[in-house]
Write a protein that binds this ligand. Structure first.
Ligand SMILES: C[S@@+](CC[C@H](N)C(=O)[O-])C[C@H]1O[C@@H](n2cnc3c(N)ncnc32)[C@H](O)[C@@H]1O
Length: 375
């Protein structure tokens, strides 16, 4: 296990979900730079109220646990990772308060530490939600690897928080310091955004961190054109639901089916719920934040529909997709079906064939392939 050496102590940290041969660390140089600067500049006052935003696997929360920080994140995996790393280091998990990205804590904070998210939309929404929790004395310090900090990132801080400057780069990471300006007129967050799904009357809700939040993704569009129809009374899970568009069209094609929407992003599940309830106010459905299908009973599901992610945070790879396929196999009844869309070059058919013993090509075009495996 890797040791995270920072002025606050030495901590054993792991990424989440845990993998037997994990090659990647659970923190980056931006976390180290933040914690070194907080110690050097003595930014922690006695009994501070500290807010940590977007801590990936709990590196910051673990190092600052003594100060009882509050953590806001949109990721269920980040919450689970924080919990596991606190436990691993013998730290009482009650020292850290975990909040999801739609239920921020009340009150003002003395120190706000932000890991700048990949999505500018998410940063914009978070800065809007942060503003009422600041006062003139609040210290605001953000960080990311240099390649993730653009002039548009800094403009957002300037526009929504106040005067902003950056530090020198250190190990390819940079810090952003912002000063709260109470006089700024910033208006409301533009999120969630809505659009009408082409060819339908359905309006989709898109909270800031949702995949393809401005318009329908081209892969998803291809998937929608080939979804299963009239499966009868079964359970259909939209796994990695994003704004829930796949489950929504599956519900339309399968009027007797019961839909479940699953994602590890709180904003995704809330978006799916709002969109579905607007489209089908009378229809029952379930909405759950979880890692893949871990909380779903074994052999209980008829159909899983899945457009898997090809990255976790900034790490590209098919490790989450593989987890999703494994979990689907476990959750499906005998004879149940997993439908997957992916880029042709990702070779999902090899993994599915290995797991299910079969894999049929339902449709293909220049870029995408839709596959079906039966348990
Ligand atoms: C490519 S997007 C698909 C979104 C939507 N189904 C569509 O087709 O437009 C993949 C989704 O998987 C979700 N996801 C990533 N890791 C996950 C995990 N471990 N468990 C559940 N969902 C996850 C992401 O948050 C994202 O919403």
């Amino acid at each position: 296990m890797d040791i995270f050496n920072v002025p606050q102590g030495n901590f054993q940290l792991q990424r989440f979900p845990r993998r037997a041969k994990e090659a990647l660390r659970a923190w980056d140089a931006a976390d180290e730079y933040l914690l070194q600067t907080i110690a050097e500049q003595q930014l922690i006052q006695p009994q501070p109220r500290i807010l940590l935003i977007n801590d990936s696997f709990g590196a910051l929360a673990t190092a600052l646990a003594e100060q009882r920080p509050t953590v806001v994140s949109d990721s269920y995996l980040a919450h689970q990772g924080t919990f596991a790393n606190l436990q691993e280091n013998g730290i009482d998990t009650n020292r850290v308060t975990l909040c999801d990205s739609l239920s921020w804590p009340d009150g003002e904070f003395d120190l706000v530490i932000i890991k700048i998210p990949k999505s500018l939309a998410m940063l914009e929404d978070q800065l809007h939600r942060l503003r009422p929790r600041l006062n003139q004395q609040t210290k605001i310090i953000a960080s990311a690897m240099c390649k993730q900090i653009h002039s548009s990132t800094l403009k957002l801080f300037e526009r929504i928080i106040g005067p902003t400057h950056t530090s020198l780069a250190k190990k390819k990471a940079r810090l952003v310091f912002s000063q709260f300006d109470q006089q700024l007129k910033v208006g409301e967050s533009p999120y969630p955004k809505h659009y009408v799904l082409e060819g339908t009357e359905f309006t989709l809700t898109n909270h800031a961190n949702v995949f393809s939040r401005e318009s329908l993704d081209i892969g998803t569009r291809f998937f929608l054109a080939h979804l299963p129809k009239n499966i009868g009374k079964g359970t259909i899970i939209d796994l990695g639901c994003g704004n829930g568009v796949v489950g929504l069209i599956a519900a339309q094609h399968n009027p007797e089916a019961t839909l479940q929407f699953v994602d590890e992003s709180y904003m995704a599940v809330r978006s799916a719920q709002e969109g579905f309830l607007t489209a089908f106010p009378q229809r029952e459905a379930q909405f759950a934040v979880m890692d893949c299908l871990r909380k779903i009973e074994k052999a209980s599901v008829d159909t899983v529909l899945n457009n898997p992610p090809f990255h976790q945070n900034n790490v590209v790879g098919d490790h989450i997709a593989r987890q999703m396929f494994k979990q689907s196999h476990r959750a499906l009844k005998q004879g149940g079906e997993l439908w997957v869309i992916g880029n042709r070059h990702l070779s999902y058919h090899v993994k599915l064939k290995k797991l299910f013993g079969n894999c049929e090509v339902i449709a293909t075009n220049k870029k995408f392939v839709i596959l079906k495996s039966v348990k």
